[in-house]
Design a protein around this ligand. Structure first.
Ligand code: FAD
Length: 376
Protein backbone atom coordinates (compact mmCIF):
# COMPACT_ATOMS: atom_id res chain seq x y z
CA UNK A 1 0.00 0.00 0.00
CA UNK A 2 1.32 3.46 -0.90
CA UNK A 3 0.28 6.27 1.43
CA UNK A 4 -0.03 9.67 -0.17
CA UNK A 5 2.58 11.89 1.47
CA UNK A 6 1.80 15.56 2.16
CA UNK A 7 4.86 17.80 2.46
CA UNK A 8 4.72 21.41 3.63
CA UNK A 9 7.53 23.50 2.12
CA UNK A 10 9.35 23.34 -1.23
CA UNK A 11 12.84 24.14 0.07
CA UNK A 12 15.71 21.76 -0.59
CA UNK A 13 14.59 19.39 2.18
CA UNK A 14 10.98 19.06 1.05
CA UNK A 15 11.86 18.78 -2.62
CA UNK A 16 14.51 16.10 -2.04
CA UNK A 17 11.98 14.08 -0.06
CA UNK A 18 9.39 14.54 -2.81
CA UNK A 19 11.84 13.43 -5.47
CA UNK A 20 13.00 10.32 -3.58
CA UNK A 21 9.37 9.33 -2.97
CA UNK A 22 8.63 9.85 -6.65
CA UNK A 23 11.60 7.65 -7.61
CA UNK A 24 10.04 4.91 -5.46
CA UNK A 25 6.60 5.40 -7.03
CA UNK A 26 5.05 6.85 -3.86
CA UNK A 27 2.48 9.60 -4.47
CA UNK A 28 3.31 12.99 -2.96
CA UNK A 29 2.10 16.59 -2.92
CA UNK A 30 4.15 19.59 -1.77
CA UNK A 31 2.34 22.70 -0.54
CA UNK A 32 4.49 25.84 -0.76
CA UNK A 33 3.73 29.33 0.54
CA UNK A 34 5.58 31.18 -2.20
CA UNK A 35 3.51 32.12 -5.22
CA UNK A 36 5.81 30.58 -7.83
CA UNK A 37 9.25 29.00 -8.28
CA UNK A 38 10.69 32.42 -9.09
CA UNK A 39 8.93 34.43 -6.38
CA UNK A 40 12.13 34.91 -4.36
CA UNK A 41 15.84 35.00 -5.19
CA UNK A 42 17.32 31.78 -3.83
CA UNK A 43 20.62 33.08 -2.44
CA UNK A 44 24.19 32.23 -3.28
CA UNK A 45 26.41 29.22 -3.70
CA UNK A 46 26.08 26.12 -1.57
CA UNK A 47 28.82 23.60 -1.18
CA UNK A 48 27.38 20.15 -1.35
CA UNK A 49 29.19 17.65 0.81
CA UNK A 50 30.06 14.10 -0.16
CA UNK A 51 28.77 12.61 3.12
CA UNK A 52 25.28 14.16 3.11
CA UNK A 53 24.13 16.46 0.27
CA UNK A 54 25.74 14.35 -2.44
CA UNK A 55 24.39 11.13 -0.91
CA UNK A 56 20.92 12.66 -1.06
CA UNK A 57 21.32 13.61 -4.71
CA UNK A 58 22.38 10.06 -5.51
CA UNK A 59 19.27 8.71 -3.77
CA UNK A 60 17.27 11.18 -5.85
CA UNK A 61 18.88 9.88 -9.07
CA UNK A 62 20.14 13.40 -9.82
CA UNK A 63 23.85 13.19 -9.06
CA UNK A 64 25.06 13.38 -12.66
CA UNK A 65 22.75 16.28 -13.42
CA UNK A 66 24.02 18.01 -10.27
CA UNK A 67 27.64 17.65 -11.45
CA UNK A 68 26.65 19.64 -14.51
CA UNK A 69 25.73 22.58 -12.26
CA UNK A 70 29.00 22.70 -10.33
CA UNK A 71 30.94 25.93 -10.48
CA UNK A 72 34.62 24.93 -10.88
CA UNK A 73 37.38 26.40 -8.75
CA UNK A 74 35.23 27.71 -5.94
CA UNK A 75 36.86 25.80 -3.07
CA UNK A 76 39.71 28.23 -2.40
CA UNK A 77 39.74 29.77 1.10
CA UNK A 78 41.60 32.64 2.68
CA UNK A 79 41.59 34.45 5.99
CA UNK A 80 42.57 38.08 6.42
CA UNK A 81 43.31 40.17 9.49
CA UNK A 82 41.19 43.31 9.93
CA UNK A 83 44.03 45.38 8.42
CA UNK A 84 43.97 43.21 5.30
CA UNK A 85 47.06 41.11 6.08
CA UNK A 86 46.70 37.61 4.63
CA UNK A 87 46.72 35.06 7.46
CA UNK A 88 45.86 31.97 5.43
CA UNK A 89 45.58 31.27 1.73
CA UNK A 90 44.46 27.83 0.54
CA UNK A 91 43.93 27.54 -3.20
CA UNK A 92 41.35 25.14 -4.60
CA UNK A 93 43.25 21.83 -4.66
CA UNK A 94 41.01 20.38 -7.32
CA UNK A 95 39.90 17.37 -5.27
CA UNK A 96 36.36 18.65 -5.47
CA UNK A 97 34.89 17.03 -2.37
CA UNK A 98 32.78 20.10 -1.63
CA UNK A 99 31.66 21.23 -5.08
CA UNK A 100 29.69 24.45 -5.20
CA UNK A 101 26.42 25.08 -6.99
CA UNK A 102 24.04 28.04 -7.04
CA UNK A 103 21.17 27.26 -4.66
CA UNK A 104 18.61 28.37 -7.24
CA UNK A 105 19.97 25.92 -9.85
CA UNK A 106 19.80 23.06 -7.36
CA UNK A 107 16.23 23.89 -6.43
CA UNK A 108 15.32 24.11 -10.13
CA UNK A 109 16.90 20.68 -10.77
CA UNK A 110 14.74 19.16 -8.05
CA UNK A 111 11.59 20.95 -9.20
CA UNK A 112 12.08 19.87 -12.81
CA UNK A 113 12.51 16.26 -11.68
CA UNK A 114 8.97 16.12 -10.27
CA UNK A 115 5.79 15.51 -12.24
CA UNK A 116 3.91 18.69 -13.11
CA UNK A 117 1.49 19.67 -10.37
CA UNK A 118 3.42 17.98 -7.55
CA UNK A 119 4.17 21.38 -6.01
CA UNK A 120 1.13 23.52 -5.23
CA UNK A 121 2.35 27.12 -5.15
CA UNK A 122 0.79 29.95 -3.14
CA UNK A 123 -0.46 27.57 -0.42
CA UNK A 124 0.70 29.04 2.86
CA UNK A 125 -0.23 26.93 5.85
CA UNK A 126 -1.90 28.81 8.69
CA UNK A 127 -2.86 25.92 10.96
CA UNK A 128 -2.54 22.17 11.41
CA UNK A 129 -4.46 19.89 13.73
CA UNK A 130 -4.86 16.20 14.43
CA UNK A 131 -8.36 14.85 13.90
CA UNK A 132 -10.06 12.20 16.02
CA UNK A 133 -9.26 9.48 13.48
CA UNK A 134 -5.52 10.27 13.77
CA UNK A 135 -5.22 11.98 10.39
CA UNK A 136 -3.99 15.57 10.13
CA UNK A 137 -5.83 18.54 8.72
CA UNK A 138 -3.85 21.36 7.13
CA UNK A 139 -5.46 24.79 6.61
CA UNK A 140 -4.21 27.34 4.09
CA UNK A 141 -4.54 31.13 4.03
CA UNK A 142 -7.43 30.94 1.57
CA UNK A 143 -9.37 28.81 4.04
CA UNK A 144 -9.09 25.57 2.08
CA UNK A 145 -7.94 22.42 3.85
CA UNK A 146 -6.35 19.07 3.08
CA UNK A 147 -6.46 15.95 5.19
CA UNK A 148 -3.55 13.53 5.26
CA UNK A 149 -2.36 10.34 6.91
CA UNK A 150 1.29 11.33 6.56
CA UNK A 151 2.30 14.96 7.05
CA UNK A 152 5.91 16.15 6.77
CA UNK A 153 6.93 19.62 7.91
CA UNK A 154 9.71 20.82 5.61
CA UNK A 155 8.67 24.41 6.23
CA UNK A 156 11.85 25.77 7.72
CA UNK A 157 12.69 27.77 10.83
CA UNK A 158 9.16 28.95 11.65
CA UNK A 159 7.47 25.64 10.87
CA UNK A 160 3.70 25.51 11.26
CA UNK A 161 3.85 21.72 11.50
CA UNK A 162 6.36 21.61 14.39
CA UNK A 163 3.76 22.41 17.12
CA UNK A 164 2.14 19.01 16.47
CA UNK A 165 5.34 17.46 17.81
CA UNK A 166 7.12 19.91 20.06
CA UNK A 167 6.76 23.17 22.01
CA UNK A 168 10.26 24.32 21.01
CA UNK A 169 10.56 27.75 19.40
CA UNK A 170 13.62 29.26 17.70
CA UNK A 171 15.61 31.57 19.99
CA UNK A 172 17.80 34.48 18.88
CA UNK A 173 21.48 33.56 19.17
CA UNK A 174 22.74 37.08 19.83
CA UNK A 175 24.34 37.39 16.39
CA UNK A 176 22.95 38.58 13.08
CA UNK A 177 24.31 38.58 9.57
CA UNK A 178 23.89 41.47 7.16
CA UNK A 179 23.98 40.31 3.54
CA UNK A 180 25.42 42.41 0.71
CA UNK A 181 26.44 41.89 -2.93
CA UNK A 182 29.07 43.54 -5.14
CA UNK A 183 28.85 42.88 -8.87
CA UNK A 184 31.50 42.82 -11.60
CA UNK A 185 34.01 43.19 -8.80
CA UNK A 186 37.22 42.52 -10.76
CA UNK A 187 36.53 45.64 -12.78
CA UNK A 188 34.59 47.85 -10.41
CA UNK A 189 36.01 46.87 -7.00
CA UNK A 190 39.40 45.48 -7.95
CA UNK A 191 41.13 45.79 -4.55
CA UNK A 192 38.22 44.09 -2.83
CA UNK A 193 38.05 41.36 -5.48
CA UNK A 194 41.76 40.65 -4.92
CA UNK A 195 41.24 40.56 -1.15
CA UNK A 196 38.43 38.00 -1.48
CA UNK A 197 40.38 35.86 -3.95
CA UNK A 198 38.90 32.94 -5.90
CA UNK A 199 36.62 31.38 -3.29
CA UNK A 200 35.75 32.16 0.32
CA UNK A 201 37.32 34.93 2.43
CA UNK A 202 37.02 35.28 6.21
CA UNK A 203 38.03 38.39 8.19
CA UNK A 204 37.15 37.61 11.79
CA UNK A 205 37.40 39.25 15.19
CA UNK A 206 35.65 38.77 18.54
CA UNK A 207 31.94 39.47 18.05
CA UNK A 208 32.21 40.48 14.40
CA UNK A 209 33.42 39.42 11.02
CA UNK A 210 33.18 39.86 7.28
CA UNK A 211 32.79 36.68 5.21
CA UNK A 212 32.69 36.99 1.45
CA UNK A 213 32.38 34.47 -1.32
CA UNK A 214 33.16 34.87 -4.99
CA UNK A 215 30.27 33.73 -7.15
CA UNK A 216 29.72 33.63 -10.90
CA UNK A 217 30.71 36.61 -13.08
CA UNK A 218 32.77 38.44 -10.46
CA UNK A 219 29.93 38.69 -7.93
CA UNK A 220 31.05 38.99 -4.30
CA UNK A 221 28.42 37.76 -1.83
CA UNK A 222 29.03 38.88 1.75
CA UNK A 223 27.71 38.08 5.20
CA UNK A 224 28.74 40.67 7.76
CA UNK A 225 28.43 39.16 11.24
CA UNK A 226 27.75 41.27 14.32
CA UNK A 227 27.08 40.11 17.87
CA UNK A 228 24.36 42.61 18.81
CA UNK A 229 20.88 42.40 20.34
CA UNK A 230 17.73 42.54 18.24
CA UNK A 231 17.06 45.93 19.93
CA UNK A 232 20.37 47.22 18.58
CA UNK A 233 19.48 46.10 15.06
CA UNK A 234 15.99 47.62 15.48
CA UNK A 235 17.83 50.94 15.84
CA UNK A 236 19.36 50.56 12.37
CA UNK A 237 17.01 51.88 9.69
CA UNK A 238 17.20 49.26 6.94
CA UNK A 239 14.57 51.20 4.95
CA UNK A 240 17.44 53.64 4.32
CA UNK A 241 19.88 51.17 2.69
CA UNK A 242 22.80 53.59 2.31
CA UNK A 243 22.45 54.84 5.88
CA UNK A 244 22.17 51.27 7.20
CA UNK A 245 25.36 50.27 5.34
CA UNK A 246 27.22 53.22 6.84
CA UNK A 247 25.92 52.37 10.32
CA UNK A 248 26.98 48.72 10.02
CA UNK A 249 30.38 49.69 8.55
CA UNK A 250 30.97 51.95 11.56
CA UNK A 251 31.27 48.78 13.64
CA UNK A 252 34.33 47.98 11.51
CA UNK A 253 36.13 51.31 11.97
CA UNK A 254 39.84 50.90 11.34
CA UNK A 255 39.41 47.78 9.15
CA UNK A 256 41.04 47.78 5.71
CA UNK A 257 39.01 49.75 3.14
CA UNK A 258 39.02 46.82 0.71
CA UNK A 259 37.14 44.87 3.41
CA UNK A 260 34.69 47.57 4.53
CA UNK A 261 33.92 48.23 0.84
CA UNK A 262 32.03 44.92 0.95
CA UNK A 263 29.54 46.78 3.16
CA UNK A 264 29.65 50.40 2.00
CA UNK A 265 29.80 49.69 -1.74
CA UNK A 266 27.09 47.02 -1.66
CA UNK A 267 24.98 47.15 -4.80
CA UNK A 268 21.88 45.58 -3.36
CA UNK A 269 20.04 46.78 -0.28
CA UNK A 270 21.69 45.26 2.80
CA UNK A 271 19.50 42.47 4.17
CA UNK A 272 19.39 41.73 7.89
CA UNK A 273 19.47 37.99 8.68
CA UNK A 274 19.12 37.44 12.44
CA UNK A 275 20.38 34.00 13.46
CA UNK A 276 17.93 31.88 15.43
CA UNK A 277 18.34 28.29 16.57
CA UNK A 278 16.32 25.48 18.07
CA UNK A 279 17.91 23.87 21.14
CA UNK A 280 20.74 21.52 20.13
CA UNK A 281 19.40 18.00 20.58
CA UNK A 282 15.81 19.07 19.85
CA UNK A 283 13.67 15.94 19.64
CA UNK A 284 10.13 14.77 20.25
CA UNK A 285 8.15 11.70 21.12
CA UNK A 286 6.68 9.86 18.18
CA UNK A 287 3.31 11.24 17.09
CA UNK A 288 1.51 9.04 14.55
CA UNK A 289 1.64 10.21 10.95
CA UNK A 290 3.75 13.36 11.26
CA UNK A 291 7.45 14.29 11.24
CA UNK A 292 9.85 17.09 10.30
CA UNK A 293 12.90 17.47 8.05
CA UNK A 294 15.59 20.15 7.78
CA UNK A 295 15.40 23.46 9.62
CA UNK A 296 11.92 22.66 10.88
CA UNK A 297 13.49 19.83 12.89
CA UNK A 298 16.90 21.23 13.80
CA UNK A 299 17.46 24.91 13.01
CA UNK A 300 21.11 25.57 13.85
CA UNK A 301 23.80 28.18 13.35
CA UNK A 302 25.04 28.45 9.76
CA UNK A 303 28.04 26.16 9.33
CA UNK A 304 27.72 25.21 5.68
CA UNK A 305 25.71 22.11 6.62
CA UNK A 306 22.06 23.21 6.93
CA UNK A 307 21.00 22.74 3.32
CA UNK A 308 23.04 19.54 3.08
CA UNK A 309 21.34 18.17 6.19
CA UNK A 310 17.89 19.15 4.94
CA UNK A 311 18.49 17.26 1.70
CA UNK A 312 19.93 14.28 3.56
CA UNK A 313 16.93 14.20 5.92
CA UNK A 314 14.62 14.30 2.91
CA UNK A 315 16.42 11.43 1.20
CA UNK A 316 16.62 9.36 4.40
CA UNK A 317 12.94 9.82 5.15
CA UNK A 318 11.98 9.00 1.57
CA UNK A 319 14.07 5.81 1.67
CA UNK A 320 12.60 4.84 5.05
CA UNK A 321 9.03 5.26 3.79
CA UNK A 322 9.87 3.17 0.73
CA UNK A 323 11.51 0.48 2.89
CA UNK A 324 8.45 0.07 5.16
CA UNK A 325 5.47 -0.27 2.83
CA UNK A 326 2.25 -0.17 4.81
CA UNK A 327 3.98 0.67 8.09
CA UNK A 328 4.36 4.42 8.36
CA UNK A 329 5.21 4.35 12.05
CA UNK A 330 8.12 1.98 11.50
CA UNK A 331 9.38 4.28 8.74
CA UNK A 332 9.10 7.44 10.85
CA UNK A 333 10.71 5.74 13.85
CA UNK A 334 13.67 4.54 11.77
CA UNK A 335 14.12 8.00 10.25
CA UNK A 336 13.89 9.90 13.53
CA UNK A 337 16.14 7.52 15.49
CA UNK A 338 18.96 8.24 13.04
CA UNK A 339 18.14 11.91 12.49
CA UNK A 340 18.04 13.04 16.15
CA UNK A 341 21.65 12.17 17.03
CA UNK A 342 22.91 13.27 13.60
CA UNK A 343 21.31 16.69 14.01
CA UNK A 344 22.47 17.04 17.63
CA UNK A 345 26.08 16.42 16.63
CA UNK A 346 25.86 18.88 13.74
CA UNK A 347 24.26 21.54 15.95
CA UNK A 348 27.06 21.18 18.50
CA UNK A 349 29.66 21.38 15.75
CA UNK A 350 27.98 24.46 14.27
CA UNK A 351 27.95 26.19 17.66
CA UNK A 352 31.61 25.30 18.15
CA UNK A 353 32.53 26.70 14.75
CA UNK A 354 30.60 29.87 15.50
CA UNK A 355 32.62 30.30 18.71
CA UNK A 356 35.87 29.79 16.79
CA UNK A 357 34.79 32.39 14.24
CA UNK A 358 33.31 35.09 16.46
CA UNK A 359 34.29 34.15 20.03
CA UNK A 360 36.79 35.96 22.21
CA UNK A 361 39.76 34.08 20.72
CA UNK A 362 38.83 34.88 17.09
CA UNK A 363 40.39 34.39 14.64
CA UNK A 364 43.09 32.18 16.22
CA UNK A 365 40.96 29.11 16.93
CA UNK A 366 39.40 29.37 13.49
CA UNK A 367 42.81 29.46 11.83
CA UNK A 368 43.92 26.41 13.81
CA UNK A 369 40.68 24.62 12.90
CA UNK A 370 41.22 25.41 9.25
CA UNK A 371 44.84 24.36 9.06
CA UNK A 372 44.21 21.18 11.11
CA UNK A 373 41.16 20.10 9.08
CA UNK A 374 41.73 17.41 6.46
CA UNK A 375 41.92 19.06 3.06
CA UNK A 376 39.89 18.12 0.03
C1 FAD B 1 22.72 33.37 6.51
C2 FAD B 1 22.64 31.90 6.25
C3 FAD B 1 23.58 31.27 5.42
C4 FAD B 1 23.51 29.89 5.18
N1 FAD B 1 24.45 29.31 4.37
C5 FAD B 1 24.41 27.96 4.16
C6 FAD B 1 25.39 27.31 3.36
O1 FAD B 1 26.31 27.95 2.83
N2 FAD B 1 25.30 25.96 3.18
C7 FAD B 1 24.30 25.21 3.77
O2 FAD B 1 24.27 23.99 3.59
N3 FAD B 1 23.35 25.81 4.52
C8 FAD B 1 23.38 27.15 4.73
N4 FAD B 1 22.43 27.75 5.51
C9 FAD B 1 21.35 26.92 6.08
C10 FAD B 1 20.31 26.58 5.02
O3 FAD B 1 19.91 27.74 4.33
C11 FAD B 1 19.10 25.91 5.66
O4 FAD B 1 19.51 24.97 6.63
C12 FAD B 1 18.27 25.19 4.59
O5 FAD B 1 17.74 26.12 3.67
C13 FAD B 1 17.13 24.42 5.22
O6 FAD B 1 16.35 23.84 4.20
P1 FAD B 1 14.83 23.46 4.49
O7 FAD B 1 14.34 22.83 3.22
O8 FAD B 1 14.74 22.71 5.76
O9 FAD B 1 14.11 24.85 4.78
P2 FAD B 1 13.96 26.15 3.89
O10 FAD B 1 15.04 26.30 2.91
O11 FAD B 1 13.74 27.26 4.87
O12 FAD B 1 12.62 25.91 3.06
C14 FAD B 1 11.37 25.96 3.71
C15 FAD B 1 10.29 26.16 2.65
O13 FAD B 1 9.03 26.12 3.31
C16 FAD B 1 8.24 27.21 2.87
N5 FAD B 1 7.34 27.57 3.96
C17 FAD B 1 7.65 28.17 5.13
N6 FAD B 1 6.55 28.36 5.87
C18 FAD B 1 5.51 27.84 5.16
C19 FAD B 1 4.12 27.76 5.39
N7 FAD B 1 3.55 28.22 6.53
N8 FAD B 1 3.33 27.17 4.45
C20 FAD B 1 3.87 26.67 3.29
N9 FAD B 1 5.21 26.76 3.02
C21 FAD B 1 6.00 27.34 3.93
C22 FAD B 1 9.25 28.31 2.57
O14 FAD B 1 8.72 29.29 1.69
C23 FAD B 1 10.40 27.52 1.95
O15 FAD B 1 10.24 27.36 0.56
C24 FAD B 1 22.47 29.13 5.76
C25 FAD B 1 21.53 29.75 6.59
C26 FAD B 1 21.61 31.11 6.84
C27 FAD B 1 20.60 31.77 7.75
Amino acid sequence: MSTHVTIIGAGLGGLTLARVLHVHGIPVTVHEAEASPTARAQGGLLDIHDHNGQVALKAAGLFDAFLGLVRPGGEASRALAPDGTVLLDQPDDGTGRRPEVPRGDLRRLLLDSLPAGTVRWGQKVTAVRTLDDGTHEVTFTDGTTVRTGLLVGADGAWSRVRPLLSDARPVYTGTSFVETYLFDADTRHAATARAVGDGAMFALAPGRGIQAHRENDGTLHTYVALRRSTDWFDGVDFTDPAGAAVRIAREFDGWAPELTALITEGETDPVLRPLYTLPAGHRWDRVPGVTLVGDAAHLMLPSGEGANLAMYDGAELGEAIAAHPGDIEAALTAYEEAMFPRAATEADDAAGLHTLMFGDDAPHGFLRFFTDAPTG
